[in-house]
Design a protein around this ligand. Sequence first.
Ligand SMILES: [Zn+2]
Length: 347
Amino acid sequence: MLNTRQMKMILNMPKAENHIHIEGSIPWELALELGQKNHVPLPADTTEGIREWVQSILKKDGLNGFMLCDRTINSVCLHEEDYEAVVMALAKNAASQNVIYQELHLDYPLNEERGIPMEVVMEGYRSAQKKAKALYGVEIVYIAGLDRTLSSEQCVRFVRSLEKYRDMVDGLGMDCEEKGHPCIKHKESYALAKDMGLFLTAHAGEDDGAYNIWDAIRELKVTRIDHGCRCLDDAVLMKYLKDNEILCAMCPTSNLWTGAAGSYEEHPAVDMMRAGIPISISSDDPPYMVDLVQEYALALEKMHFTEDELIQTARNAFLYSIKGQKYLPVFDQWASGFIDNKCNKSH
Ligand SMILES: [Zn+2]
């Protein structure tokens, strides 16, 4: 159990989050509201009912089951204001956790398959990006996410269509099952995104081996890895990640859930950090898992992080972010106040 001082530390710390997916993070209360408004039925009409439904699907079908839940819950969004409402809810939630900077992955093809025009989704997200800063003091940076299981042509089309939204989208990422969908499949999308000046990241080393992290670095030219758990299998790769300061944006609870880690105690984050690899901690898809405050609490409570290591990890989320380095002085001021306070109390 964490003591009150530690919980206070986690809550008060200004935080950044590098890895969270909009479509997987729609709060279930809001999904129920939108479903009712738009006459889109969901498998249950209470959040408890949704939880039971989600748990039964996940138990049966793992990561594939997650994609079904994700699609079903996201299907309540039909109009620009619905997409705006979702991101505003995420920003409000972020503000309540003292998250001041958040990098959100957005997935348009998931909406395209229901016939929703791109501008409906993107303008909703754009509007929320502006309002979130003004209303909640949360800076939102978007990373367009490719579903790697889609065809390379569809992904290239998606990347091309981002040209129109360059003012609001800063990065390109890639998620979903790694097995059977090698990085090389999406080399053209990444080359295009690089030419457009987008920041490049990819989920790798989550449900497949270290070789996929190498491929993301060598073939796709990414400068960040999402997850990266399996790098521990390859000492040369670990050294490369360290020497080149490639951030691994990790999501421990999500990793437990997909089987990328056996337990919190065995999660590779702390070993990677102690080997000098920059890591940060994020919540991935919080309604299914836990929020960022809880992830940080679990890092201290179960994952063997010391307080100083957690502070370093939280700082990395700003330092290796796309646009959040300007908040480092705010973070450092908080950290020095916290450390002074700790020293005074122990004397
Ligand atoms: Zn993810």
